[in-house]
Ligand binder design. Structure first.
Ligand code: PHE
Length: 340
């Protein structure tokens, strides 16, 4: 009997089931009602009392070995229980859905890249501004409609703290804190109290530029903006400057570019004129330079400002700017793979 138990023990310890069924057969053979273990227990009952103890200890060793084996392989087979055998685990995993850059970020980056290449730095400022930086330093008269509650979101009516309505406020800060030569662009989000529609939103993004040095002329501005337009919209692009008005520039102009969708032939984007307006610009009013601590008898400069949404709409033929802030992945996914 002793020999028998040792052989059994060796068999049990060496047993490796290939699947669940083999493990079950093992259980029935050894631990089942009519199994080996019960045979031993029945035998034990028939033994004289003085042999029961030694025999019982050996049977217990056997029992533990059987239980250990069952436990170990049960766990192993259980873990694979819910794996669908039709799955091919050697296949590559599902690709992770990568996000995409927002078209506004892409175009902002493109604009800042173009100006960086000709020596413009990038400056940033607060979105919550005081009256001085957003309006007064820029020559907005007291009664200017932009200062009205209807056009500006005021945070505090008493001290006229407001959400900036343009990033010209950043340029005031740059002028206050440095001396010419100044060449900087300020990209950023701006806010205006407008009814939301396909063409207007209460917040949007701008890139404004400022160039101040000795003897800076309108011709310098025109050439820089022509360079920008051709880098942005293609080498055949032409520009057109139309007289306009801004409180902080004199003279002021609106800049149009030839419609790059129809190449000037006329389409519904350019409303059959062949031109699309993309920015405001002009020579910085000497009073503004003086307001910001720059000697207007020595220095002159130009400034310009454009809306990123508008340029993005033209570039990607987007008809409704509300889609830029709706987070619709069907729209955003179309820009995947494009790097900043
Ligand atoms: N600040 C003007 C705007 O927000 C744009 C502009 C900037 C115009 C600089 C002229 C010169 O509309």
């Amino acid at each position: 009997m002793e020999h028998n138990i040792e052989t059994l023990l060796a068999n049990i310890n060496g047993f490796v089931p290939a699947d669940k069924q083999q493990l079950e057969d093992f259980r029935i053979q050894y631990a089942g009602k009519k199994g080996v273990l019960n045979d031993f227990f029945n035998t034990m009952k028939t033994l004289p009392n003085d042999q029961k103890r030694a025999f019982g200890q050996q049977v217990n060793v056997l029992k533990n070995a059987i239980e250990e084996k069952l436990l170990a392989f049960r766990q192993q087979f259980e873990n694979t229980d819910d794996v669908d055998s039709s799955l091919d685990l050697s296949l590559p995993a599902e690709p992770l859905q990568l996000g995409s850059h927002h078209p506004i970020s892409l175009v902002r980056q493109q604009i800042t890249d173009i100006f960086s290449r000709i020596g413009f730095t990038i400056s940033e400022g607060p979105e919550i501004e005081d009256d001085w930086h957003n309006f007064s330093a820029l020559n907005f008269p007291e009664e200017h409609p932009a200062r009205d509650m209807q056009d500006t979101f005021f945070i505090n009516n008493e001290n006229k703290i407001a959400l900036r309505t343009h990033t010209s406020s950043v340029q005031v800060r740059v002028m206050e804190n440095s001396q010419p030569p100044i060449r900087t662009i300020s990209p950023g989000r701006v806010y205006r109290n407008e009814a939301i529609s396909a063409r207007a939103h209460c917040f949007f993004h701008q890139v404004e530029g400022l160039y101040i040095d000795e003897d800076v002329s309108f011709a310098d501005m025109k050439q820089t903006l022509l360079y920008f337009a051709r880098e942005m919209f293609g080498a055949n692009t032409e520009i057109r400057l139309r007289p306009s008005y801004f409180p902080f520039t004199e003279p002021s102009a609106e800049m149009d570019v030839t419609c790059f969708l129809c190449n000037g032939k006329g389409c519904n984007v350019c409303k059959y004129s062949g031109w699309v307006e993309i920015m405001g610009c002009g020579m910085v009013d000497p009073q503004v330079l003086d307001n910001c601590g720059i000697d207007s008898t020595k220095y002159s400069g130009y400034a310009f400002g454009m809306g990123i949404e508008r340029i993005t709409m033209l570039k990607y033929a987007v008809k409704d700017l509300r889609i830029f802030s709706e987070n619709d992945v069907r729209f955003l996914r179309q820009f995947s793979g494009q790097q900043l």
